[in-house]
Design a binder for this molecule. Structure first.
Ligand SMILES: Nc1nc2c(c(=O)[nH]1)N[C@H]1C(S)=C(S)[C@@H](COP(=O)(O)O)O[C@H]1N2
Ligand SMILES: [Mo]
Length: 258
């Protein structure tokens, strides 16, 4: 309990430390239930404190072309490796379609060509991975808000869940599938885009081709690569480990605000 109280004091007392909370490794943290509870509490506080102090529409810093990192390290899955995915790569994603469904008025499908015809946003931002590296890249894609607006949200919709093509951990029960989720505030944030281009070229396989999420005020693991389907939901605790993402199910925070 005292740990929790001091954590709370620390959080309330140090607005300057926003985002510095809870950058944890995943090995022993996942084993320790009380640590998990503190992390969960800290996360709630971090989110509420941050949401109070930072307006939902605050933009992440954007950079210029000369700031772009010459080497942007691909991380996690660098090729989903399935036969299905290999076929998609072979025909340059011509038959690939992004599915948008769940709590929407109009379930939709978009080919890569469809997405490229929609209004786009280009942003040069810094990607921060929990593993301790950062890189600046230029991303072009469709604002997620546009897609959600056109599908139309049903009452009670709260989250966008991203289903990816890769299993980061090979498991028999499918629990190694990469997935992520964000709330609708982040989904409609102007810098939240479905990117099909990086540094002026089609997104490479290593960086999540054909489509990856950029959710610029969050840590790297929220930026789902190889996005195949977006489902609008009112909850995510009934999916896989119940924590809203592959890494969240392994101890990372759901609200990875920076
Ligand atoms: N589908 C999928 N998305 C993912 C990952 C992954 O392994 N699979 N890794 C995440 C992590 S931890 C980071 S830091 C970034 C890395 O993006 P990059 O490969 O473009 O550097 O992707 C994120 N999105
Ligand atoms: Mo990461």
């Amino acid at each position: 309990m005292s740990k929790i109280v001091s954590r709370r004091r620390f959080l309330i007392g140090s607005a300057a430390a926003l985002g510095a909370v809870g950058l944890t490794g995943c090995d022993d943290v996942t084993q320790n239930q009380s640590v998990q509870k503190v992390l969960a509490l800290a996360e709630g506080l971090t989110m509420r404190t941050q949401r109070l102090l930072v307006s939902p529409q605050t933009l992440a810093r954007e950079y210029t072309d000369k700031d772009i990192s010459p080497n942007f390290h691909p991380n996690g899955t660098t090729d989903p490796g399935s036969e299905e995915y290999a076929e998609m790569v072979a025909n340059r994603f011509a038959n690939w379609k992004l599915k948008v469904d769940g709590m929407v008025n109009q379930p939709m499908e978009f080919s890569l060509e469809d997405l490229k015809k929609l209004p786009s946003r280009t942003q040069i931002t810094r990607h921060d991975c929990v593993e301790g590296w950062s890189a600046i890249g230029k991303w072009t894609g469709v604002p997620l808000g546009l897609i959600l607006q056109s599908a139309g949200l049903k009452p009670g919709a709260r989250y966008a869940v991203f289903y990816c093509a890769d299993e980061l951990e090979q498991t028999l029960d499918g629990s190694g599938r990469y997935y992520e989720s964000i709330d609708l505030i982040d989904a409609f944030h102007p810098q939240t885009i479905l990117a099909y281009s990086m540094n002026g070229k089609d997104l490479e396989v290593a960086h999540g081709a054909p489509l990856r999420l950029r959710v610029e005020r969050h840590l790297g693991y929220k930026h789902a690569k190889y996005v195949m389907r977006i489902e609008i939901r009112d909850k995510f605790n009934d999916l896989w480990g119940g924590n809203g993402g592959f890494w969240e199910d392994r101890g990372y925070e759901w609200y990875a605000g920076i």
